[in-house]
Write a protein that binds this ligand. Structure first.
Ligand code: FAD
Ligand code: NAI
Length: 476
């Protein structure tokens, strides 16, 4: 016997579980199917983000940052430690506990909102005459669901290098990178993107010699050039080794470690021998097991589900959100799309403003931005004014002992509307929210400059950068 629902969500990551909750809040009878299994074979809701992404990476970043502070910065505060050591197994256990709290929290939220949860792989069986779709759930208890509306949120998987599949022992995806059992002496990372920098930082802080090989000739091409330059300087000073413009030709894991053969920027052949290799060269959309052919769901040449600006697929009543569709692969983008789709199904006007989705890289210094970069404004031929304020001149940053970086404002030359805000420095991840709010309300840099910011706070650097647009900083 099949079970009927108004809305069936396939995937319980940030795109899926949030869409399910919002749809339930709007009065629909909702089911959410998710296949992720914990180590006991039970459900582990939250998708990539909770299990092998945002949450565990931030847990390890926190632990390793504490270690680095204890090893190198506590002395500045008069705190001395002897016999400092790192219990990697305990750090990983703590990370696993944080993940489990989030898994359980999401399961509770689904129950609280009366969303029916099905643990297993969901696949399209057929379109139902008169509207809707039949979906099979393969799992411990196989089920057939019938849905009037379907929201697909099946996420993404790590992309492997050709000829070097992930076995998560020596060649690691984000999954293996988050559960290395002991600090490797030498760690290689392919790709200096977000995962490479965050994971490379974790293991460098714990004592690994980390070398990152990047194909592009420049560092963090998506970030503002000034920010990328400042961050690169800081990472190199910390001891991260970065090489750009490389072309990997071979990855050999047949020996004790991994040997990467590559052509360097000059075209000369080089080899890098490491104990472990993290490959973080981007992610691919995941439609494994979804059986899109059964209903004629359209994918593009890269395997992404084709959607319009409203997340509608080519099929009536079928929507797709998050990493499995175009746009940045970010948890908060997936969530926003999930909410908007649920509201559209309810006949409301759900909206996602893609121009003000913030980016954060949780390294030290943190990197965060929203809106356009200076190089984008130049390419778009937009006349702009720039203002920048260094954390070196911020009292709170000095008290924290972390004065790396700056806040940078870009505003329209005529109207003063904020077009982009770029931060590299302490707590950039939190500071960026003010800029997102300001841009959502179409604020000018003068609006921020005129607002009272608490003293002493890092946010004063934001105000000062806004003042700098008009060349009237007060503390620099
Ligand atoms: P996912 O989170 O991938 O969830 C998809 C879910 O669907 C999974 O549980 C999967 O098992 C399930 N599924 C797939 N197919 C089926 C099926 N057929 N039937 C049933 N279930 C199915 N983003 C940020 O914004 N901030 C960060 O700090 C951040 N850190 C990250 C760190 C790492 C190491 C990685 C890898 C990613 C990080 N991301 C971060 C990206 C973020 O994890 C993704 O953008 C986000 O998880 C996408 O959400 P989603 O719901 O689209 O997909
Ligand atoms: P990425 O797209 O951020 O970076 C991949 C890097 O690998 C790029 O610099 C690219 O030029 C390089 N590259 C590609 N092919 C290569 C090759 N053959 N050899 C050498 N370098 C190569 O992808 P990443 O780091 O895998 O992360 C995937 C996504 O996960 C991110 O784009 C982001 O959307 C999400 N994420 C978000 C985080 C956050 O918000 N803090 C943290 C981690 C991941």
């Amino acid at each position: 016997m099949s079970k009927s629902f108004d809305v069936v969500v396939i995937g319980g990551g940030p795109g899926g579980y949030i869409a399910a909750i919002r749809a339930a809040q709007l009065g629909f009878n909702v089911a959410c199917i998710d296949a992720w299994q914990n180590d006991k074979g039970g459900p582990a809701l939250g998708g990539t983000c909770t299990n092998v992404g945002c949450i565990p990476s931030k847990a390890l970043l926190q632990s390793s940052e504490h270690f680095e502070h204890a090893a190198h910065h506590f002395g500045d505060h008069g705190i001395s430690l002897s016999n400092l050591s790192m219990d990697v197994a305990k750090m990983v256990d703590r990370k696993n506990a944080v993940v489990k709290q989030n898994n359980d929290g999401i399961l509770y939220l689904l129950k609280k909102n009366k969303v029916s949860f099905f643990h297993g792989l969901g696949s399209f069986a057929k379109a139902v005459e008169g509207g809707g779709y039949e979906i099979h759930v393969a799992g411990a208890a196989a089920e057939t669901l019938v849905a009037k509306q379907v929201i697909i949120a099946t996420g993404s998987n790590a992309r492997a290098l050709p000829g070097a599949p992930f076995h998560e022992d020596k060649i690691l995806s984000n999954d293996g990178a988050l559960r290395i059992a002991a600090v490797p002496k030498k760690l290689g990372v392919i790709g200096s993107g977000v995962i490479g920098l965050e994971m490379g930082s974790v293991w460098r802080r714990l004592g690994a010699e980390v070398t990152i090989l990047e194909a592009m000739p420049t560092f963090l091409a998506a970030a503002d050039e000034g920010v990328a330059k400042e961050a690169l300087k800081a990472f190199k000073k910390q001891g991260l080794k970065l090489e750009f413009g490389v072309k990997i030709s071979k990855v050999d894991a047949s020996g004790d470690g991994v040997v990467v053969t590559y052509a360097d920027a000059k075209g000369e052949e080089q080899q890098l021998a490491v104990d472990k290799l993290i490959v973080s060269i981007g992610r691919t959309a995941n439609t494994t097991g979804l059986n899109p052919e059964a209903v004629g769901l359209k994918l593009d040449e890269r395997g992404l589900i084709v959607v319009d600006g409203d997340c509608k697929t080519n099929l009536p009543g079928v929507w797709a959100v998050g990493d499995v569709v175009r746009g940045p692969m970010l948890a908060h983008k997936a969530e926003e799309e999930g909410v908007a789709v649920a509201e559209r199904i309810a006949g409301q006007h759900g909206h996602v403003d893609f121009s003000i989705i913030p980016w954060v890289i949780y390294t030290s210094p943190e990197i965060a931005w929203v809106g356009r970069t200076e190089q984008q404004l130049k390419a778009d031929g937009v006349a702009y004014k720039a203002g920048q304020f260094p954390f070196l001149a911020n009292g709170r940053a000095r008290a924290l002992g972390d004065t790396t970086g700056f806040v940078k404002f870009l505003a329209d030359a005529k109207t003063d509307e904020i077009l982009g805000v770029h931060i590299v420095g302490p707590m950039a991840s939190e500071l960026i929210s003010e800029a997102v709010v300001a841009m959502a309300f179409k604020a000018s840099s003068e609006d921020i400059a005129r607002i009272c910011h608490a003293h002493p706070s890092l946010s004063e650097a934001t105000k000062e950068a806004a003042l700098a647009v008009d060349k009237r900083t007060l503390n620099f």
